[in-house]
Ligand binder design. Structure first.
Ligand code: F6R
Length: 243
């Protein structure tokens, strides 16, 4: 486990963007696993800057997003598909046909979960997975539970997740209560994982993830078993770590 401590959100974003840029330059047909939410927005901005400097090319890159709200169509502005288009895909030369997000409108979610898992597996698994973390230590929308979820699955979001995500919606009532999330199998099968965290509200989740026991009540703690995981933490997110 590699831990990089940086000063603030801006430095976290730059460090993460460099790692993504190196991955894309070393392997031009890389498969990237992507997250949404506030945390990676700065990283995506930095990636766009590096792209505009003509240092990286996304022509042959494939991406898989971790999750999508259930029952939101991809046209909905709050959907993670829209988020990805607005914050990254519209600004780089990626072929949108090679960008995958679970279909939140799938009539048969179970079938959609299986389809998504087999797509990821057919791509030869993810080369570099970017993760954020919830204040309850969820990754993707793998919420605290009494077991780790293996495959892509339909999740009932925890109240704390609904509350945290309400900031993106006009009212709390509008926040979807369910999501389709990649499970731990595909996350753990990624060749390299970077987890980004910024802010005091993530400090306890980071401490339990890194220093606590591996337990599904702290979903991110499973990353202790990953052979190549790097945590990029700003001062506030790292503030409760023992060293
Ligand atoms: C979103 C995702 C979530 C977020 C987490 C943190 O695709 O996978 O696990 O990373 O909820 O969200 P922010 O970054 O908004 O604090």
């Amino acid at each position: 486990m590699n831990i990089i401590k940086v000063k603030n959100y801006d430095e976290m974003s730059k460090r993460a963007a460099f790692i993504v840029a190196s991955q894309v330059s070393i392997k031009e047909d890389s498969v990237l696993g992507l997250a949404t939410g506030s945390t990676p927005i700065g990283t995506y901005k930095q990636i766009i800057n590096i792209y505009n400097d003509k240092l990286i090319d996304f022509k042959n890159i494939t991406t898989y997003n971790l999750d999508e709200y259930y029952d939101l169509s991809e046209e909905n502005e709050q959907s993670y598909r829209c988020f990805m288009n607005q914050n990254l895909f519209n600004h780089i030369n990626i072929d949108k046909k090679n960008t995958f997000v679970p279909n939140g409108k799938a009539e048969n979610p179970e079938k959609e979960c299986k389809r998504y898992d087999s797509l990821v597996e057919k791509s030869g698994n993810i080369d570099l997975q970017i993760l954020g973390i919830g204040s309850n230590a969820h990754i993707g929308f793998n919420e605290p539970d009494d077991k780790f979820a293996k495959g892509t699955h339909l999740v009932d979001l925890k109240q704390e997740t609904i509350d945290a995500n309400a900031r993106f919606f006009k009212s709390k009532e509008e926040v979807p209560k369910k999501a389709i999330s990649m499970g731990m199998k595909n996350i753990m099968a990624a060749k390299k994982v970077i987890l980004l965290a910024s802010g005091e509200n993530k400090a306890q989740a980071i401490k339990s993830t890194i220093e606590g026991p591996i337990n599904p009540s702290v979903p991110a703690s499973i990353l202790q078993l990953h052979p190549d995981v790097t945590f990029i933490l700003d001062e506030d997110a790292a503030s409760r770590l023992n060293k």
